[in-house]
Design a binder for this molecule. Structure first.
Ligand SMILES: Cc1cc2nc3c(=O)[nH]c(=O)nc-3n(C[C@H](O)[C@H](O)[C@H](O)COP(=O)(O)OP(=O)(O)OC[C@H]3O[C@@H](n4cnc5c(N)ncnc54)[C@H](O)[C@@H]3O)c2cc1C
Length: 423
């Protein structure tokens, strides 16, 4: 598809936010263009095929599924909604932990959560780690969980931002893959791929975008880049937007990585169960055994551990996983496991990380990130979703929000906001 010379709205990025914005605008009397740097759509929502099954490299869980608008779209898209509860709170075979220890950990986690809620209610800001109980034996494990939730340790996470996240506790999956869902929903949207946008010139009455495939002009633009790409100015604004750069720097991407492996003799392991590599350190992985009943194990690594392993490459993830699983399940695991693929989101030039966390003192920067510029440049993405940040549905909802803002600017009736119906 070639680049038109002029459209009403350009959407930069065809991830969940960009595709949602494009879908919302495609019902309007407008011309639009969606410009995507990669050769595929979906961004951090990406399912690959392996032995006829879908493996999610990015998002895998429909978080807060009972409020997640994407959950209602799975079956109409011809895909399968899997309501099997997540195994995260368990430890298969009670390995290296007794029932009493599991209960003790739960109590420590719940007490931490309560301290966060109390502190936030009192307006206290700072690193969430300040609310860990000094010397508590589970602090390492809690930081391992922070690595998975935030892509970073609690020391790098704002109390107020962490508290603002809305988790209804209901988590479902798409059997064929969450990335496949986003791709399916995005398929009707005409996207110009291999088209990185390098510069948005806002000096004239129309916006002028310089891309690797030429120049395009627009009345309005919706930018959906991951925050690290904005912070590093991979897309430049002329004149620059220092407030935007500052906000993006304050809400950086953490890192989370997946290692998909096959396992022989899978029937020895309970389906959809979980093992934590270790209980006493943040530098450990979570292992989802037999997701969807498959003869596979999905390792999950967050924060500094993920960064260190990623720096060493795919093989380092597998070597680390094997050592942890041999330690837990015995040396015969060494010959039962085979690597399929590890994700490298930090090295990927079009993401530079996994999902965003607000640094201590900067919870308010998510709102700054989505402040429109001159009422013609709008921002959306997981990082602007104050209650559902770091998620695909948060990105989706933010894309729809930015589309409504753009419609307003172009004199179109954006209609009621979702949730306002009947109000
Ligand atoms: C390992 C991992 C596990 C995850 N697990 C979950 C989960 O279980 N549940 C959940 O809800 N979420 C999860 N997420 C997060 C979720 O995938 C993201 O929050 C969501 O997909 C982000 O969507 P987005 O549209 O904001 O950004 P992106 O998907 O990053 O989309 C931005 C798009 O912009 C493109 N782009 C970048 N620069 C340019 C440019 N200059 N010009 C043109 N295009 C550009 C990119 O290529 C990309 O396609 C996970 C993410 C990872 C990495």
């Amino acid at each position: 598809m070639s680049l038109p010379a002029f459209v009403d709205v350009v959407i930069v990025g065809a991830g969940a936010a960009g595709l949602a914005a494009a879908r919302a605008l495609s019902h309007q009397p407008l011309t639009i263009a969606v410009l995507e740097a990669r050769d595929r759509i979906g961004g951090r929502a990406w399912t690959i095929r392996f032995q006829g099954e879908g493996l999610d490299m990015g998002c895998g869980w429909l978080h807060s599924a009972d409020e997640n608008p994407l959950a209602t779209m799975v079956e109409p898209a011809g895909l399968t909604l899997d309501r099997t509860p997540p195994p995260w709170q368990g430890q298969a075979f009670n390995h290296e932990t007794t029932d009493a220890e599991i209960a003790d950990f739960r109590a420590a986690w719940d007490a931490f959560d309560e301290r966060i809620a109390e502190a936030a209610a009192g307006g206290r800001e700072g690193p969430a780690s300040a609310l860990l109980e000094p010397g508590n034996r589970w602090n390492g494990r809690m930081d391992a969980i922070s690595g998975a939730l935030n892509g970073a340790r609690f020391a790098q996470v704002s109390i107020l931002d962490y508290d603002a996240y809305r988790d209804t506790g209901v988590n479902w999956r798409v059997r064929e893959g969450y990335g496949r869902l986003i791709e399916t929903l995005g398929r009707p949207v005409p996207v110009i791929t291999d088209c990185p946008v390098r510069k948005i010139d806002r000096t004239g009455p129309v916006l002028r975008l310089e891309t690797d495939r030429g120049v395009i002009e627009a009345r309005a633009v919706i930018v959906t880049l991951p925050t690290d790409l904005i912070a590093r100015e991979t897309l430049k604004f002329d004149p620059p937007l220092p407030a935007l750069l500052e906000a993006a720097n304050n809400v950086p991407l953490g890192l989370a990585s997946k290692m998909h492996m096959t396992v022989t003799g899978a029937e020895d392991f309970p389906e959809n169960s979980q093992l934590w590599g270790r209980t006493d350190t943040a530098d450990t992985g979570g292992y989802h055994l037999r997701p969807f009943g498959r003869a596979m194990i999905e390792g999950y690594y967050g924060g500094d551990l993920a960064r260190g392993l990623e720096a060493e490459g795919q093989a380092a993830f597998f070597a680390f996983a094997v050592e942890e699983l041999v330690h837990l399940l015995g040396s015969n695991m060494r010959r039962r496991l085979d690597p399929v693929v590890a994700t490298l989101w930090g090295a990927d030039p079009w993401s530079l990380g996994a999902y965003s966390h607000a640094l201590p003192g900067h919870a308010g920067d998510r709102a700054r990130l989505k402040t429109p510029v001159e009422n013609r440049i709008f921002f959306a993405g997981e990082a602007t979703a104050e209650a559902f940040y770091g998620t695909a549905h948060g990105a989706w909802m933010e894309g729809e929000r930015a589309a409504r803002e753009a419609m307003g600017t172009l004199g179109l009736d954006p209609g009621p906001r979702p949730g306002d119906e009947g109000a």
